[in-house]
Design a binder for this molecule. Structure first.
Ligand code: HEM
Length: 192
């Protein structure tokens, strides 16, 4: 069983809570982007209907999880591992992570506001959170109409870059960056 000291992060690696949030959300994002890609490339097929029927509920779950992750990240900010590489690389990593967080919050938030302000109501996992309206509220729906899809694809591009950089650290620099998120505190020990 995990000891309490493995729950929070440490400079040697990420704790169990951060790793569970990271990999759990990675799996849900994979599913969420599969639904968006199928909507573009395979509209009105059985597989698209299956994935798209989960887009609101999985998106809402990701929104809740990113809020938890943000609070947990702030609480652990000063004991997290420092980015590897030159000062410029470390700055780029921080900027990239900040942009990831910004989009992970903005993309579902905009869509939820649109659903709440729209005429169809808003249900997740079969539970109605907002009733349908007779007329849409423009200031709630317009931002997502303009930006939800666009920022969603920008988030996908950033995630692809994030994965590429993790592979660069592991395969080329071999500096243990990925191991801190897979093996946690044991990652550092494995390198020495
Ligand atoms: C982090 C979570 C989410 C991601 C990554 C995401 C991603 C995307 C992407 C990339 C598209 C564009 C698909 C296309 O071009 O046709 C899209 C469309 C859409 N999403 Fe999401 N979504 C998320 C959460 C949500 C939530 C929570 C809702 C509902 C409350 C929602 C409702 C919609 C709707 C109605 C569309 C089609 C209209 C549009 O493109 O704006 N999404 N989503």
């Amino acid at each position: 069983m995990a000891s309490a000291s493995h729950l929070p992060d440490s400079p040697a690696g990420y704790g169990i809570v951060t790793r569970a949030l990271h990999w759990g959300m990675a799996g849900l994002f994979l599913w969420q982007f599969a639904s968006a890609l199928l909507r573009v490339f395979a509209e009105d097929t059985g597989v698209e209907r299956l994935f798209w029927s989960t887009h609101y509920s999985v998106g809402f779950t990701l929104w809740l999880l990113v809020l938890v992750r943000g609070v947990w990240g702030l609480a652990n900010l000063h004991r997290r591992p420092r980015p590897e590489g030159s000062p410029a690389m470390a700055r780029a990593a921080r900027a990239g992570h900040l942009a990831l967080y910004g989009l992970m919050v903005a993309v579902p938030s905009l869509a939820i506001l649109r659903a709440v302000g729209g005429t169809r109501g808003f249900s997740v996992y079969g539970v109605q959170l907002a009733a349908p309206r007779e007329a849409a509220v423009a200031w709630l729906t317009a931002p997502a109409n303009a930006l939800h899809g666009l920022l969603g694809w920008a988030l996908l591009a950033l995630i692809v870059g994030h994965v590429a950089m993790a592979l660069y650290h592991t395969r080329i620099r071999r500096d243990g960056t990925l191991e801190r998120m897979t093996r946690g505190h044991r990652g550092e020990a494995a390198l020495t």
